[in-house]
Design a protein around this ligand. Sequence first.
Ligand SMILES: NC(=O)c1ccc[n+]([C@@H]2O[C@H](COP(=O)([O-])OP(=O)(O)OC[C@H]3O[C@@H](n4cnc5c(N)ncnc54)[C@H](O)[C@@H]3O)[C@@H](O)[C@H]2O)c1
Length: 380
Amino acid sequence: MSESILDAFKEDHSAEKIRDYSQKLKVGIIGTGWIAEAHVKAYKKCPDVEIVALADLIPGKAEAFCKRYDVGENIKFYPSHKELIDAGICDAVSVCTYNATHAQCAIYALEHNVSVLLEKPMCVTLDEAVAICKAEKASSAVLSIGFQPRFDENMKMLKKVVQSGALGKIYYIQTGGGRRRGIPTPFGTSFIEKETAGIGALGDIGCYSLDMVLNSIGYPKPLTVSGYTSDYFGKDPSYEHSDKFGVDDFAAGFIRLEGGIILDFRIAWAMNLDTPGDTIIMGTKGSVRVPSTECWNGSIGGPLVIYHEIAGEQTETIIPEKDMDEDCFDIKIRSFCDAVKEGGEAPVPCSQILYNQAIIDGIAKSAALGREIEINIPEI
Ligand SMILES: NC(=O)c1ccc[n+]([C@@H]2O[C@H](COP(=O)([O-])OP(=O)(O)OC[C@H]3O[C@@H](n4cnc5c(N)ncnc54)[C@H](O)[C@@H]3O)[C@@H](O)[C@H]2O)c1
């Protein structure tokens, strides 16, 4: 039977997932603070997931969280990640703790072959990131890092543009952004204290803008970095939490990447400026401008503009923004669950985010030393 010629234009849904909803994935949440709510909401949209356990270091916090967000029936509560994992009732956990305990929670879970969705930034230091990657390699469990912008259609389009070759060879990138005033203290000071956050704007929102460009160009290895960090706003006595502020509120770095690519980066939680600049990716055949956002935790700040030459004319192509039917945070959770259930690849692999963390670590170290340094990433 001959197919209609229009069949060629029909959407192909053959690759869409057919999920087995009868097999429930048992999930635990480690750390019941601010972001844990978003994890719970997204897991609740998955009919094949059951949240079975919550853990928090602060006595009573997990129980109160459970009540407030109606997490579920028969939830078990634990005083830390260790007891939750040792209980042996979870196939997977979301690590929603502050940055300083990301590594210990993720490694302990992986050592017990419990899959991990680890919130961003991956951790605080490169040494921790290496230890996490080693634990992942030795484990049969899945580890995915919580970068929800990866699932945004506009972010995906940016990657498609670069990967299509339309820009030619990429040689220079500028990225970053931030906000005029926006040091995050949503429910306390865990983002700004050295002991809990470890790093400030550099890790919190810096990791997103780094991931956007590095993922687009295929995550080349970082080689050297000259970094700078400051804390003028956080330490200003007029700032209400200045006594607790122990991290950076602004960071910048000049990074050389494998393949002769320069990455010029700057990020701010607070500054006397609207934006330190849009993201630009410059290539030998074209360049793309990505309008800046305050955070980069979701989509891009406006339509992508490609600057190129057509038939000898300098021209611009504007790529209209795509609307999303589904929230990218929900897709982050669903794709992690699918990878765990199917034994598939991590949606956001630690092997890539290792380089992101290496840059963050390099900027912090170079800033402390006051000079350019080499970035040495051990073999995993
Ligand atoms: N993806 C996103 O959009 C997004 C948004 C906000 C925050 N985050 C990330 O999520 C993480 C948590 O942020 P938050 O604002 O929810 O922090 P938070 O301080 O509100 O909550 C963290 C909780 O973890 C608990 N905790 C720490 N170590 C623990 C351990 N070993 N075992 C059990 N509980 C432990 C703390 O007691 C605290 O209650 C941070 O790394 C942050 O960068 C991601």
